[in-house]
Design a protein. Structure first.
Length: 90
């Protein structure tokens, strides 16, 4: 992704966050951004939240760690009813 496209993408995510229509988070290792997490409503108007995450290729060993931590965080900290969150499987 070009720097310009990345800037536009970040601006879109910031607007979504401010409007509470979607939530995007950086995944950090200290101050190093190693991935990203997205929480957005389902496009089919089912009332579900779709969650996905990724880590950089050079941090691939963190993918499972991030996945488990996010799954736990969604269960413990987010106010979703069971079955309302679809987290992209690994």
């Amino acid at each position: 992704m070009s720097a310009e496209a990345n800037r536009a993408d970040l601006a879109r995510h910031a607007r979504d966050f401010a409007a509470r229509t979607g939530f995007t988070y950086s995944v950090l290792d200290g101050d190093d951004v190693i991935g990203c997490l997205y929480v957005y409503p389902a496009k089919d108007d089912s009332g579900q939240a779709h969650v996905s995450s990724w880590v950089r290729a050079d941090r691939a060993e963190w993918d499972g760690v991030v996945y488990r931590a996010v799954a736990r965080w969604l269960t413990e900290a987010w106010p979703f009813e069971a079955g309302r969150v679809v987290y992209a499987a690994r």
